[in-house]
Design a protein around this ligand. Sequence first.
Ligand SMILES: [Zn+2]
Ligand SMILES: [Zn+2]
Length: 144
Amino acid sequence: MSHEGIRFVSAEEAEQNAAMESKKLSPDAVTPAKVRVKKSEGTGMEIDWRDGHKSAWSFFWLRHGCPCATCHEEREASGRPPGEAKPKAATLLPMYEAPIKPLEVSPVGKYALRFKWSDGHESGIYSWEYLRRQCRCEVCKGTA
Ligand SMILES: [Zn+2]
Ligand SMILES: [Zn+2]
């Protein structure tokens, strides 16, 4: 029997794919109508989406939710969800740490934002879709 590399999708897989499809966000859900980066206040970012939903994140969350491969893998390895900081070693004396904030926020094409953080990290590309899926509001957290 010759094998041409064709892979047949089982009924189960097809069902899973359909389930994934239904979780697809509408274009309006991942298109920001308004983006407010509260750089001078140092608080965080707010987005009003075209579908009327509003999302907000602290800079702390955004920094620790960095979607770059390094941060993502590091979180996966330690089982932390996006937005959660690395636990600190208990033996360290508590030290004052300047709150993390973006030095620069720049658009990446039409689909994402890039943050340059005060700790020097700048490889994360925050797509609108990623941000919408990581909405912190009660409604979204309840369904995630
Ligand atoms: Zn990162
Ligand atoms: Zn939400």
